[in-house]
Design a protein around this ligand. Structure first.
Ligand SMILES: O=C[C@H](O)COP(=O)(O)O
Length: 256
């Protein structure tokens, strides 16, 4: 955790979830009511097909709903894409950009991720900008160089802490059940904090840095307690309300 920074527990459903899954959103939106919601933010990013219905289910809940990607342009001839404005129009408040699956599957580079984050900001959305090293880069000792390059290239100038969240996701930890050691996460997050503070001053010192990659109820407390880890970006374990809420609730103990 970073002192004075409000944690964010975010779920990325990826290409999972149909109308039948809305029960899980309902259960999460009920589960995050209560005292902890005054100290910790909760967010679910379902597939775009569920976005509007999901926000409608959460109108009086502290649970925010976001999207998993947006186009860099506000509108136009881009078949199959959705814009940040469309997400805002569905009452979405956040959008994930630069997830490693987008970087790999769709050849997205830092410049494009930065343009998407800019589009998110222009639509008054919070951009969750994902970065992280591959297994090979870690093996070659390049982790911090990769993070430095991705931070520099993917975050727009003038980004502020209110509308920008960084998600550090080691690619090799996503969906594998593997996680870096506590010392490795601590080193990476301390490094990112220094980089952000140098570039953005006070805004960088309070910009949230999430950890993502095989976060589960069983390891969440240890990971969320690490300095400069300001929440989680959760894939698989966010699909079940029970698991997402168990992760969210580790803050009851961490903030007691
Ligand atoms: O966006 C979420 C991450 O890619 C983590 O996924 P995971 O929790 O299934 O490893």
């Amino acid at each position: 955790m970073t002192p004075e920074v409000r944690p964010l527990v975010a779920g990325n459903w990826k290409m999972n979830g149909t109308r039948g899954s809305l029960d899980q959103i309902k259960a999460i939106s009920e589960g995050v009511r209560g005292g902890l919601s005054s100290k910790v933010d909760a967010l679910i990013c379902p597939p775009a097909t569920l976005l509007y219905v999901a926000t409608a289910l959460c109108t009086d809940s502290p649970l925010s709903i976001g999207a998993q990607d947006c186009h860099q342009n506000a509108s136009g001839a881009h078949t199959g894409d959705i814009s940040a404005e469309m997400i805002a129009d569905c009452f979405g408040t956040h959008v994930i950009v630069g997830h490693s699956e987008r970087r790999t599957d769709h050849d997205e580079d830092d410049a494009l991720v930065r343009a998407k984050a800019q589009a998110a900001h222009a639509a008054d959305l919070t951009a969750i900008i994902c970065i992280g090293e591959t297994e090979e880069q870690r093996r070659n000792g390049e982790t911090l160089d990769v993070l430095k390059r991705q931070l520099a290239g993917s975050i727009p100038d003038g980004a502020n802490a209110a509308r920008t969240v960084i998600a550090y996701e080691p690619v090799w930890a996503i969906g594998t059940g593997l996680t870096p050691t506590v010392a490795d996460v601590e080193e990476a997050h301390a490094f990112m904090r220094r980089e952000l503070s140098e570039r953005f001053g006070e805004q960088g010192s309070t910009m949230r840095i999430l950890y993502g990659g095989s976060v589960k109820p069983s390891n969440a407390k240890e990971l969320m307690a690490i300095p400069n880890v300001d929440g989680a970006l959760i894939g698989g374990a966010s699909l079940k309300a029970e698991d997402f809420l168990a992760i969210y609730r580790v803050y009851e103990e961490l903030m007691a």
